[in-house]
Write a protein of this length. Structure first.
Lengths: 315, 315
């Protein structure tokens, strides 16, 4: 039995069909319609699903579920998106609305970081483990945690906000209003902030030169490229960045002691250049000496689709 | 049906009988025998249990279990204490040894902070909740977490080390070898360290005066007493201390979102003087606005005994 996963992001809506062997059979996407009316996104979602099913000569009646992943907070009992700011969903009855287009089909909704963790659990980096933490490094920090084979959504089922644990007491301001959150030191945005700050102080640095003196041209890739090529300024920033990630891994090990910690998101594409210092830090400082394996996520951009399609196995 | 709880600490071994109504019927304790031979503590434990049963005209055959709480790490599958440094237990088959004295009786072992959380769950501050975090402030920081009615002992079942999440990246050294752990800022020992440091810089302070210039006389109670009486130096230290505890509560809320957070240990006896600034901090900064109630633990010194006696309800 196949099932449908939908990853609803601020830039695009991606729909996929996942087969019984947990492989992504086919996928399709369209830009998210930022028209001011969230009902337009329902139309896009439903037409993407119908189109993909038709192309693959499949029948929605044979699908195990439609799973929806959104970048926001979820009321699980009512299938409502409480807030997904990038989508302009607020108290939005997403499950009900999608369900009305496909009567009789089970519809589930989940936070996108959680869905991605579920994808890794069923068919990615967490395969064979009963516990795992996915840390997705993007503009912010997404966290998805599987414990004892179940997605962890908090004691009160309001979600799991890994990026908003404190890492640096009284540190840099975070978008959430707190200071010094994991997100404000470990996100790609934090790496860029520190890179720009350092480049501004070191005009002789490779970073500053490559950006031709325009700090806004410094992005995460540029900082990492310069660090890899041995630029002293970029290397110092990058080393400190991996220490923040290492301390974050140590926090995760002390609190969750998962079998595996996977890093996802663009920054993690650098593989060993990122992971090796994090592993070294964890080996030296983690409370549990036999701690989690530290790896990169496997599913990349399809994690949300695949995880969403697996939601029926959790509910 | 009654059951037996044993709280094995570095200074004393306390045994209690807990009745069907979850009330502590009777208890008894003896000093922990630091003889160099851990088998001597087995004799003390077993004679305490036998004595208490005899005094209460009870029969071990009618006990639901003997539950043991120890300040250390546990191999749950094998009933072995991996390390309890204060007791000199290392790879010590505690369950088996106690079980040999009471054939046919079920024997369980648990970390003491976890047992205390279980006590709060069944008959203390967590009653009526399905999730709760107990933070015990002592020389170190103990943490016990109940999620969905079950004690959380980590993804790999090595334990839950709440005190060793990072709070201040690259901060004060912690006993675990890491820097800036919650324990190194929120323990009573940390409050004393900061109090002494400040008193040394402010000989005019009430703290320094009351200690008659002998910094070693400054303990947690003295810092708190001086803060309560308005001493500027002590107040500044105490305020910062409650901010560390507030940020710790925020981390717990972001990661576990429990229904309730209870503070235990000597420092928490101060009730509102401690809790009110922590609540204010959490109200301002916690990621989830409808966050955990923040209270003091209820069971005090009996938490370990009562929680240990409840272990049969979890296994």
């Amino acid at each position: 039995m196949y099932s449908i996963g939908v990853d609803i992001g601020g830039s695009k809506i991606a729909v996929g069909i996942v087969g019984e062997d947990l492989q992504l059979i086919s996928k399709k996407s369209l830009p998210f319609p930022h028209t001011g009316d969230p009902m337009d996104s329902i139309k896009t979602i439903c037409s993407l699903i119908s189109g993909l099913l038709a192309e693959n000569r499949m029948d929605i009646k044979k699908a195990a579920c439609i799973g929806l992943a959104v970048p926001g907070s979820i009321d699980y009992n009512r299938g409502i998106v409480i807030d997904a700011h990038n989508l302009d969903y607020h108290g939005f009855p997403l499950c009900k609305l999608v369900g009305e287009c496909f009567p009789g089909c089970v519809v589930h909704v989940e936070n996108d970081a959680n869905a991605a963790a579920l994808g890794e659990f069923y068919c990615g980096a967490f395969r064979g483990c009963s516990s795992g933490l996915l840390i997705t490094i993007g503009t912010g920090i997404g966290g998805g945690l599987v414990l004892d084979g179940k997605l962890f959504v908090g004691g009160k089922q309001n979600g799991f906000e890994f990026g908003h644990a404190v890492l640096v007491f009284n540190g840099e301001p975070c978008t959430c209003g707190q200071r010094g959150c994991i997100e404000s030191y470990c996100s790609a945005a934090a790496l860029v902030r520190e890179g720009r700050k350092a480049a501004d102080q070191h005009h002789e640095s490779m970073m500053f030169q490559r950006a031709q003196g325009d700090l806004t041209r410094i992005n995460a890739k540029l900082v990492m490229d310069c660090a890899r090529e041995g630029d002293v300024t970029a290397s110092a920033i990058y080393q400190r960045y991996t220490e923040y990630l290492g301390a974050t891994a140590c926090t995760a090990i002390a609190l969750f002691d998962p079998e595996i910690i996977a890093f996802g998101g663009g920054v993690s594409n650098d593989g060993e250049f990122l992971l090796s210092p994090i592993r070294k830090y964890a080996d030296q400082y983690a409370f549990f000496k036999h701690h989690a394996k530290i790896v990169t996520a496997e599913l990349k951009n399809d994690a949300g689709i695949i995880g969403a399609a697996m939601l029926h196995l959790q509910r």
